[in-house]
Design a protein around this ligand. Structure first.
Ligand code: PLP
Length: 407
């Protein structure tokens, strides 16, 4: 992989017409280590967030020893780069053949369920393979309520009374049992974990079984941009959130329970930025060479304002406007699809024009893992960049991220 000091240096040297992913391995390591230092339990990185071999390998180097996996493709991806890592199979709804593969071929012994028929599937395989149920940890996924950019409790999770029954049934069969939840991705309300812990406490007290662990899932928010003309959303910093979370855990009596977290977004978001090119400026619209069917679908559906930095093409000699005037541009994606328009604008200097580049920051989560080949566009160029997006200066203009940090 080619290395550059900054994304701007990469853009000006390569003059790319295709999107270029800028990998920041030191940021990835630092963010993973920070999370592990703040979380009082096992950290299992959620592979679906970004399962690139370079990411999994760098995380293993940073000391991540466990991975949350959901499919045969993810089992193989983790095994290939981190053969000694533990895998936690936390998808509540699984194919029977995948359960078998997990237990038999990959030696996975931690698994999640949210329905009695999933227990039937699991037990069928456990018996067929002559595995001692006492060597398998089965986590019952409970429903939670809260506010997040992505709410998942409508799709997965057992109601509290049903969770009690599932735990008791699993314990009777001889499994080790735990409770897990996943509050959704990018939480927008700091009370979310407290509410989930309250439900977990209720379920534990009614079930009367010994818990081998509590898995608190993901959802920890990454830092993005926001409309600089509005007040910054009031979310505590990650370290404030985690310190409150540790207090909540003690308060709800989970201080002595072995804990697991499955962070994805918060660990990998800052590890990549993305250089895109403005193919055409049409008034306050920018047509760029990426979009919702490639790297930007998460920002589209999650209504996330991405921080963007202007990289002007020095070949453009005359420009209109004032570079310090930051305005919102509607962003149209590369495909011919009419829905391929971002739901949130990029905030950029009004001088941006056809042929310029934009460095989009904090794009490591749910970006390249969601790329499609739709319309023949498939960004797949990577460079390594030493300077993290959040440390880069203001090349010519500003990024909404910097406005956010100031406000
Ligand atoms: C997606 C997912 C995660 C990761 O969520 P983030 O919000 O990215 O931290 C963790 N656990 C499960 C079960 C998931 O489905």
């Amino acid at each position: 992989m080619q290395r550059f000091e900054t994304a701007k240096a990469a853009a000006l040297e390569l003059r790319p017409d295709e999107p270029v992913y800028c990998f920041h391995p030191e940021v990835l390591k630092a963010d993973a280590r920070d999370f592990m230092a703040m979380f009082p339990g096992k950290t299992a990185y959620a592979v679906k967030t970004n399962g690139e071999p370079m990411v999994l390998k760098t995380l293993a180097e940073a000391g991540v020893k466990a991975f949350d996996v959901a499919s045969p493709g993810e089992f193989a991806a983790v095994r290939a780069v981190a053969p000694d890592a533990e895998m936690l199979y936390m998808h509540p709804v699984k194919a029977q053949s995948d359960i078998r593969l997990a237990l038999e071929t990959y030696g996975i012994r931690v698994i999640a369920v949210d329905h009695e028929d999933e227990i039937v599937k699991l037990t069928r395989i456990v018996r067929a393979l002559d595995i001692d149920p006492g060597s398998v940890e089965v986590y019952v996924r409970i429903q939670t309520k809260g506010h997040a950019a992505y709410e998942l409790s409508k799709k997965f999770g057992a109601g509290p009374a049903q969770a009690v029954e599932l735990l008791q049934r699993l314990a009777r069969t001889g499994y080790k049992v735990g409770i897990c939840f996943h509050v959704g991705s990018q939480i927008e309300d700091p009370d979310t974990y407290d509410r989930a812990l309250k439900t977990a406490d209720w379920v534990r007290n009614r079930a009367g079984v010994e818990l081998c662990g509590l898995d608190v899932g993901g959802g920890f928010p990454a830092e993005y941009g926001h409309d600089p003309n509005r007040k910054a959303p009031e979310m505590p910093s990650l370290s404030q959130l985690m310190s409150r979370f540790r207090g909540d855990l003690r308060e709800w009596g989970f201080g002595d329970t072995p804990l697991v977290a499955e962070p994805g977004r918060v660990i990998v978001a800052r590890a990549f930025s993305l250089i895109v090119r403005v193919l055409l400026r049409k008034g306050r619209r920018l047509y760029i060479n990426d979009g919702i069917w490639a790297s930007l679908s998460d920002s589209w559906t999650g209504k996330i304002t991405l921080p963007a930095r202007f990289i002007p093409d020095p070949a453009i000699r005359s420009r209109n406007g004032d570079v310090s005037n930051i305005v919102p541009f509607k962003v149209c994606g590369a495909t011919c699809d009419s829905v391929d328009i971002l739901s949130r604008p990029f905030w950029l200097p009004e001088t941006v024009d056809t042929g310029d580049w934009i460095e989009i920051g904090h794009i490591g989560a749910y970006s390249l893992s969601l790329r499609t080949r739709f319309n023949g566009f498939y960004p797949d160029t990577f460079v390594e960049v030493a300077t993290p997006f959040h440390e880069g200066g203001k090349p010519e203009g500003f990024a909404s991220l910097e406005t956010m940090a100031a406000g």
